[in-house]
Design a protein around this ligand. Structure first.
Ligand code: GDP
Ligand code: ZN
Length: 456
């Protein structure tokens, strides 16, 4: 882990020319560095117009310095912000000079995400909020910005903490009676343990729903198109893309097929991967693309199994089994009968009621298909009130839900074990704690912050 004591420095603004470029320094005590840079002390939270000089006295830049005395700062340490003119060469010179003058105080260039990491380690924000900062900066849509802003304000964290608090209360109750085993049944009744557990589970379910929406908005949906050759995968991809193209990113794969396409349905980003591109190849570039497609399949949120509606169901049994084997365990599969325009009416009447019939050619059934896609991935249709969430959060919420479920089982009639009941509550609590960063494994922390850019 990159937990180090040294003061750090980085350019906080984006590369390129701009009116203003901000350099940020954070450290336990910046008095020595400030003195070395400007030969004076700065009053906290006051903008001061200053000039930074070369060693020979030449001016490098006239800038505005703002000093935040720790702990009342973003990182919780002393923070110095230098608002320079926003030229890349100029900022490099200022950085160089700061590093020279700050050398005695141990000033070093910041690692990616290190400012935010320090804010987290100094309890200025929790982990979900730190992640929300990255999400806010990376947000690709208005809804994603709003979601990240809500999470950064602590909406998500507060919900999590409330749940943890309620579980804690329940645990305290249970654990205080563990020494009196003969009273287990009476305890469950008098403490209304089952009712309280049910309430916590219900709240968790609501939270999972909200987090699922947030994850969908942030990451989009990975939709995989699978099916035999010639059933109309490419036609369906074009049909879906043609109507609602948001960002088109064709990746060169086979000569005829686009392998990947990003569209949006009802404002929800959907990445469609056509498995037609998945085949053995000796072409290095193509192999790379295929590797990426497999990665996408392993992360699929939904698989569309496209069939020719005229083919009898059982003829596709082998392919159906193959697809089910290749996808993640909880990934839903939507079976579609394409080329419905070629079906006689009498055939449709006897067709499998589970199958949705469409025509990539005429557009028949495509609106139904879109609605079905959104429903199957758990999109609730609301952009309002969404929080920013990641797969990591969803996994924790899911595991917490499983432990609560287990916990309930140990309080069920005829199978009561308060010890196991309490233990499952503790495990659920641990999972929730990982979201906000309590009880987080160290390697995970490094992984999360290394995804930040430098200067954040
Ligand atoms: P892929 O190999 O699964 O990607 O299939 P293609 O999209 O390349 O389509 C194979 C053939 O089926 C093409 O000649 C398409 O024009 C035709 N096709 C695709 N969808 C439909 C459809 O809904 N109705 C009809 N009549 N033909 C279709
Ligand atoms: Zn194709």
């Amino acid at each position: 882990m990159m937990t180090r004591e040294l003061p750090i420095i980085a350019v906080a603004t984006a590369p390129g020319k701009a009116g203003v470029g901000v350099i940020r320094i954070s450290g336990r005590n910046l008095n020595a560095i400030i003195g070395a840079l400007f030969q004076k002390n700065l009053l906290p939270r006051q903008a001061t117009l200053l000039t930074l000089h070369e060693v020979d006295g030449q001016a490098i830049d006239q800038l505005i310095a703002i000093y935040f005395a720790g702990p009342a700062s973003f990182t919780g340490e002393d923070v110095l912000e230098l608002q320079c003119h926003g030229g890349p060469q100029l900022l490099e010179l200022v950085m160089k000079r700061c590093l020279e003058l700050g050398k005695i105080a141990g000033l070093v260039i910041a690692e990616p995400g290190e400012f935010t990491l320090r804010a987290y380690l100094n309890n200025k924000i929790d982990l979900a909020q730190a992640e929300a900062i990255a999400d806010l900066i990376d947000a690709q849509s208005e809804a994603a910005v709003r979601g990240a802003a809500r999470s950064l304000q602590g909406v998500f964290s507060t919900d999590i903490n409330n749940l943890i608090e309620e579980i804690t209360q329940l645990r305290i109750l249970v654990e205080s009676t563990l020494d009196f085993p003969e009273e287990e049944i009476e305890f469950l009744e008098s403490a209304q343990a089952r009712e309280r557990l049910k309430k916590v589970s219900d709240q968790l379910a609501v939270l999972r729903q909200g987090a699922q929406q947030g994850k969908i908005l942030r990451e989009g949906i990975q939709l995989v198109l699978a099916g035999a050759p010639n059933v109309g995968k490419s036609s369906l991809l074009n049909r879906l893309a043609g109507e609602e193209v948001a960002i088109v990113t064709p990746i060169a794969g086979t000569t005829r097929d686009r392998v990947k396409e990003s569209i949006s349905i009802d404002g929800v980003p959907i990445n469609i991967i056509d498995t037609a591109g998945l085949r053995d190849t000796s072409d290095v570039v193509e192999a790379k693309g295929i590797e990426r497609s497999w990665d996408a399949i392993r992360l699929a949120d939904l698989v569309i199994f496209l069939r020719d509606a005229r083919t009898p169901d059982e003829e596709d049994n082998f392919l159906r089994a193959q697809i089910l084997q290749a996808i993640p365990p909880r990934c839903p599969v939507l079976e579609l009968g394409n080329k419905a325009d070629l079906l006689g009416l009498e055939v449709k009447g006897t067709a499998n009621p589970e199958t949705l019939y469409i025509s990539a050619k005429t557009g028949e059934g495509i609106d139904d298909l879109k609605a079905r896609i959104l429903k199957m991935v758990g999109w609730g249709g609301a952009h309002e009130g969404v929080i920013s969430a990641r797969r990591r959060h969803l996994d924790c919420l899911e595991r917490a839900a499983e432990h609560l479920h287990q916990s309930a089982a140990f309080a069920s009639h005829g199978n009561i074990s308060l010890e196991l009941f309490a233990e499952e509550l503790r495990l659920a609590q641990d999972q929730l704690g990982q979201i906000t960063g309590k009880l987080l494994p160290d390697d995970l922390l490094g992984k999360i912050f290394s995804q930040f850019c430098i200067g954040k």
